[in-house]
Design a protein around this ligand. Structure first.
Ligand SMILES: Cc1cc2nc3c(=O)[nH]c(=O)nc-3n(C[C@H](O)[C@H](O)[C@H](O)COP(=O)(O)OP(=O)(O)OC[C@H]3O[C@@H](n4cnc5c(N)ncnc54)[C@H](O)[C@@H]3O)c2cc1C
Length: 445
């Protein structure tokens, strides 16, 4: 079934022509059914079939693989979990902060191993990560975070002073930086389609245009789509920001939206002026961060700033002209030479948020059903390893991954509406207010 979904993201708009799989028709029986054809769903299918090649695994995707966040993201495969290591330490303790960081290091490395093993054609590069301080308060914040990392025994992260930071990427706004070589960039749509290829080669059945509209839990798990049904022994919820649409997951997470823009390809003169030495992934240190990278054809992609929220089951928040305008202004603030650059693509997408802004995965009711939620904006690497963790859970293996504090943890439930919206607005306002306080008097755009 030909379909392009070009309006969904820059990545989908610029991807090669795509032939999606046929929807589910009739009744199929499988060992494991997976809801969601993003990184999490495909990685779980991959790890299951690697572990037990004879398994019958079906992935059911509402639209096409990569329709969700996996086909729209900033493409940073990084070690960041939740709002950062200091927040995890504050909320969950220092041991959890270290455990979480180690999990994320492994996640970044797992993606690299997959790319190598299967020669995934996804424009993979590993240029390293810069978290730039753009205001004095963020110098202090980043230095404290690095100090905590070092106290916990974490290596591979260092502080760069103003001159060293500006030698990596040339903006007068940079006052110093967190430097961490362990970050990869990819083309997310190419990656998700390559994961579809590899997973199918291992034997998975992937049904696109197949929304799961009803689930019945009995001796078997029964999933119904408009054209058919799946009888499964085990079930994986890999629907990320759409998870609250299933009654069993309603309180575990909510969707929030982040927005991105892409410029036209920069000219050699513009590139020279911004002096971006090695295509590093760059973020700032705000709560509502800005994140940006260069594409292989030298466009600047920037995301972040204002975050969108919705009420109840509403999922129509992909467009946000205010957020896009903000991002254009922020590009001009960072790089005045780019103030008239033409913006060619604007898009947005939902990410999954738990009430404590920390990821969660585990069993749902009984060991036949597992889920993963709450990667917020850091699921590119994490979802790859979560696939293995979910596989371990399904095969009822206790491993170092299933021992991580994010697995089978207690989740503070989101309240029902209208309280949910009130609480999410309050949380966003708090994060915004903290950013405003750090940036007061600095004329940040
Ligand atoms: C704009 C944006 C920028 C981001 N930038 C980064 C970044 O730079 N780095 C980073 O680490 N993370 C980033 N993220 C987050 C990251 O993309 C996600 O954490 C990750 O892709 C989650 O993968 P997933 O497979 O769990 O979810 P998704 O990719 O969202 O997949 C869930 C799938 O489930 C399907 N689905 C939903 N309901 C049903 C149903 N009823 N039946 C069948 N299928 C269903 C959806 O169509 C969707 O394809 C970003 C997110 C966004 C939106």
């Amino acid at each position: 079934m030909p379909s392009d979904y070009a309006d969904v993201s820059f990545w989908l708009a610029t991807a090669p022509a795509y032939q999606s799989n046929a929807p589910l028709q009739g009744t199929v029986e499988v060992d494991v059914a997976i809801i969601g054809g993003g990184f999490t769903g495909l990685s779980t299918a991959y790890h299951l079939l690697k572990a037990e090649p004879g398994l019958k695994v079906a992935v059911l995707e509402r639209e096409i693989v990569g329709f969700g966040a996996s086909g729209r993201n900033g493409s940073f495969a990084m070690t960041l979990m939740g709002l950062g290591i200091d927040m995890i330490a504050l909320l969950k303790g220092k041991r959890a902060a270290l455990e979480g960081h180690r999990y994320m290091e492994r996640a970044v490395d797992r993606l690299s191993e997959l790319v190598d093993e299967h020669r995934l054609d996804c424009d993979y590069i590993r240029p390293g990560f810069l978290r730039m301080a753009t205001v004095p308060a963020h110098v202090h914040k980043i230095q404290k975070q690095i100090e905590l990392c070092h106290k916990l025994g974490i290596t591979g992260i260092e502080w760069l002073d103003r001159e060293a930071a500006q030698a990596h990427v040339c903006s007068e706004r940079y006052l110093g930086a967190w430097w961490e070589p362990r970050l990869a960039l990819i083309n997310p749509v190419k990656l998700v389609r390559e994961m579809k290829r590899v997973t199918q080669e291992l034997g998975a059945s992937i049904y696109e245009h197949s929304p799961v509209v009803e689930i019945t839990r009995g001796a078997h798990l029964l999933l119904r789509t408009p054209g058919g049904e799946v009888q499964a022994r085990k079930l994986v919820f890999a629907a990320n920001a759409y998870s609250h649409l299933f009654p069993m997951l309603r309180r575990k997470q909510i969707p929030a939206w982040t927005y991105m823009i892409a410029t036209e390809p920069l000219s050699p003169q513009q590139l020279e002026a911004i002096g971006w030495q090695n295509r590093q992934g760059v973020e700032d240190a705000r709560n509502l961060i800005h994140y940006y990278r260069l594409t292989p054809d030298n466009r600047l992609l920037m995301g972040g700033g204002p975050v969108g929220l919705s009420y109840g089951e509403e999922m129509e928040r992909d467009a946000n002209p205010n957020a896009w305008r903000h991002l254009e202004e922020h590009i001009a603030w960072l790089f005045p030479v780019l103030k008239d650059v033409h913006i060619t693509h604007r898009w947005g997408g939902p990410f999954s948020v738990t009430l404590d802004l920390t990821p969660a995965l585990g069993y749902l009711g009984d060991p036949r059903v597992v889920y993963a939620v709450g990667c917020i904006g850091h699921g590119v690497s994490m979802s790859q390893l979560n696939g293995q963790t979910l596989c371990d859970l399904l095969l009822e293996r206790q491993t170092d991954l299933t021992d991580c504090f994010i697995v089978n943890r207690r989740i503070i439930p989101w309240p029902p509406e209208p309280l949910r919206l009130g609480l999410s607005l309050a949380l966003r306002s708090y994060l915004q207010a903290e950013d405003w306080w750090c940036e007061r008097g600095q004329n940040v755009r």
